[in-house]
Design a protein around this ligand. Structure first.
Ligand code: SPV
Ligand code: MG
Length: 284
């Protein structure tokens, strides 16, 4: 059975919840819990390399992580590709590599290279002409009809405001973007709600995506009511695994054995089952 594409789901008007993952194991787990797709998180992939999310990893490393996720999970995957990893020829090659690997979409943000994580200070918006050309380049590079290019807007993050975001939304739509992701680091969803209302009022019908990291008490239902189609929980799994590792390390240091943590961590049997080690050995 072929899996339904992200494009089909969005076209059908489905409301999607995507969970951020950073490797095969996290992608595998995401699939078990009924999410509609996986976000190959740049923050998560950088963090599991022990590195900051500041444009340090190469495209090859990001791509390898996305391939791991693709092999582990049949869910649609949206790959966070920062600002495209380089100039237009790099964007072209990036799209070809991700599409060939069976990734459903890339999300390209309109920040200058090297980007910094949106929750750090010091982010600078890319000139709209350059951001537009990256999207055009990406769209021309794709070979199949199903692959999607999501234009991620950082106007609110960089302090450029709603008017800038809406003006860019028109340009990214004209450039061929298949969806728009509006990012905000406010603790309430006001910027996202205002953006959705404005772009709809100005006739932009593209699917809208958001990442409720700081406005985390806002439910998916509420975000959908603004007109958002896909909600991305981008970094909770990598933060959860960080805390889980800390708890085990703390307990082992304090107790001197793993006995206290044993009942609270996945058993070997559970891990074996998760990664398919529960099958009988085959004899040659
Ligand atoms: C990521 O997961 O790398 C993102 C989302 O870009 S965020 O870190 O929330 O900006
Ligand atoms: Mg990112």
């Amino acid at each position: 059975m072929t899996r339904s594409t992200l494009r089909d789901s969005l076209r059908a008007g489905n409301r999607l919840r995507l969970i951020g993952a950073h490797d095969g194991l996290s992608a595998l787990l995401a699939e078990r819990f009924g999410f509609d797709g996986t976000w190959a998180s740049g923050l998560g992939i950088s963090a599991v390399h022990g590195l900051p999310d500041e444009g340090l990893l190469t495209m090859t490393e990001f791509h390898a992580a996305a391939v791991q996720m693709r092999q582990a999970s049949s869910l649609p995957i949206v790959a966070d590709v920062d600002s495209g990893f380089g100039d237009y020829p790099v964007v072209r090659r990036m799209v070809r590599l991700y599409e060939e690997a069976g990734i459903d979409a890339v999300c390209i943000e309109d920040k200058q290279f090297p980007k910094r994580n949106s929750f750090q200070d010091g982010n600078h918006l890319e000139h709209p002409d350059i951001a537009v050309r990256r999207i055009e380049t990406a769209k021309r590079a794709q070979r199949g009809d199903d692959f999607m290019v999501i234009a991620r807007q950082e106007s609110m993050i960089a302090g450029a405001g709603l008017d800038d975001a809406v003006a860019r939304a028109h340009r990214y739509r004209e450039a061929g973007a298949d969806a728009l992701l509006i990012h905000s680091r406010r603790e309430d969803p006001a910027e996202v709600a205002d953006y959705c209302a404005r772009v709809r009022a100005e006739g932009i019908r593209l699917p809208l995506v958001c990442i409720p990291t700081t406005y985390h008490s806002t439910t998916a239902d509420q975000l959908w009511s603004y007109g958002i189609s896909a909600v991305v929980y981008a970094n909770q799994l990598v933060r959860a695994s960080t805390r889980a590792m800390e708890l085990v390390l703390e307990s082992l240091s304090a107790v001197g054995s793993t006995s206290e943590m044993e009942p609270r961590i996945a058993s070997l049997g559970e891990l074996f089952a998760l990664v398919g080690m529960d099958q009988p050995a085959t004899t040659p």
